[in-house]
Design a protein around this ligand. Structure first.
Ligand code: SF4
Length: 389
């Protein structure tokens, strides 16, 4: 990037001006990672100061049986496959109850598009989970799952969301977004929930008072212009509804064959690499700069390892996805030795060691507890970091 364009973009960011599609593409073409980080950190700090939010949550996947076979997915199994599973309602409740002692505030529930489970199963699970764990917020189902419920129930998304909310649903999850541009999407997604339905369902959720996350799967066959397009669609919807609370760039993962049957399910693997840490930091930074109307940008540390997660806090990120005891969708495709469990104390140390102030939040991003700011650099240097990976 030439110095003139750099000065122009810098002036826009410092003046708080909205960046364009061309600006976004130019930022992705720039290899000056430190400069990009500085701009993104400026935007992040303006909005969120030195705070890094986290929540204490657990992931629950009720079934890995799925009618679709998305090209990047290592999680889905077909009925009858060796490690296919579906939890009965009482099993899901028992599993959730086992987590009760860990002071969790949120259960994050996403699932395969099960071909034969009836629609009634889903509100029933939520209702019973809520009864068993009344203080835990239920963040559940992607827009893709909601569209699937429309098909299997004959109900409208409006009726479905009403029933799920009545059963205890606090928020949808942000998944199913992947990359919206059809040029890419047609090659990676194997169901028929695309931008039109995904945005329709989130718009509806926002109109009912929900605050939802939005994700983007990057680092596979898409190009930076597709990432820019993805963010700009979300930014426009956010101008309309204001209902997105966080943007989560998700790093596409290869399948490292840790499943019980040893099969590689990821069909993109032969022709893709995974995004490098530098590319991930760039994606966080450009996302923060472009998506100027979303309050938070999240790093899901399970996909990056803790070191990159810490660095991301200087590249636009102000939210770390919390403690995770079980997260099957990524861990079916992970060979990095990333820990699968982090507890509140680990996250606090991680955030302090990176030089930020931890803030525990709930599902709606309301503050649960604000902690002390980071100790001075001298104090941090005097004691080796306790949590590392
Ligand atoms: S990404 Fe979701 S919908 Fe696609 S195959 Fe995997 S579980 Fe099924």
């Amino acid at each position: 990037m030439d110095a003139g364009l750099k000065r122009e973009l810098e002036a826009k960011v410092y003046a708080g001006e909205r960046l364009t599609r061309e600006d976004g593409i130019a930022l992705y073409e720039c290899d000056d990672l430190v400069w990009l980080g500085r701009l993104a950190h400026h935007r992040r700090t303006e909005r969120n100061g030195d705070r890094v939010m986290f929540n204490v949550n657990r992931h629950l996947n009720l079934t890995n049986v799925c009618s679709a076979s998305c090209a990047y997915c290592s999680f889905q199994r077909k009925p009858g496959e060796k490690d296919a599973y579906t939890m009965r309602v009482d099993e899901a409740v028992r599993k959730a109850k086992e987590m009760e002692d860990e002071q969790l505030t949120e259960l994050h529930i996403v699932n395969g598009l099960h071909p034969t489970l009836p629609w009634r199963y889903y509100p029933k699970v939520l209702r019973e989970l809520k009864a068993a764990l009344p203080n835990v917020k239920l963040k559940a189902f992607t827009a893709t799952e909601v569209q699937w419920f429309e098909k299997i129930s004959g109900l409208s998304a409006d009726e479905i969301l009403d029933e799920l909310m009545d059963a205890g649903l606090e928020s949808l999850t942000g998944g199913g977004a992947e990359i919206f541009d059809w040029e890419v999407r047609q090659h990676i997604v194997d169901h028929d929930c695309h931008w039109e339905d995904w945005s329709r369902i989130h718009r509806l959720a926002h109109s009912k008072g929900m605050r939802t996350p939005a994700t983007m799967l990057y680092g596979h066959i898409e190009e930076p212009r597709h990432r820019v397009d993805h963010v700009l669609r979300l930014r426009e919807l956010q101008d309309e509804t204001g209902g997105f609370v966080v943007f989560i760039p998700l790093r596409y993962q290869h399948d490292f064959v840790d499943s019980a049957d040893g099969k590689i399910r990821n069909r993109l693997q032969a022709r893709t690499t995974m995004a490098s840490p530098a590319e991930s930091l760039k994606t966080f930074a450009v996302s923060r700069l472009l998506f100027d109307n979303v309050p938070h940008v999240k790093c899901f540390w399970v996909m990056h390892g803790l070191s990159v997660a810490q660095l991301s806090l200087n590249f636009g990120v102000d939210d770390l996805d919390g403690s995770v005891v079980e997260y099957k969708i990524t861990h079916d495709a992970d060979a990095y030795g990333t820990p699968s469990t982090m507890h509140r104390e680990d996250l606090l140390d991680l955030i302090w060691d990176a030089g930020f102030r931890p803030v525990e939040r709930d599902t709606r991003y309301d503050v649960v507890r604000e902690y002390d700011p980071a100790p001075s650099l001298a104090e941090r240097r005097a004691e080796p970091q306790r949590v590392w990976a």
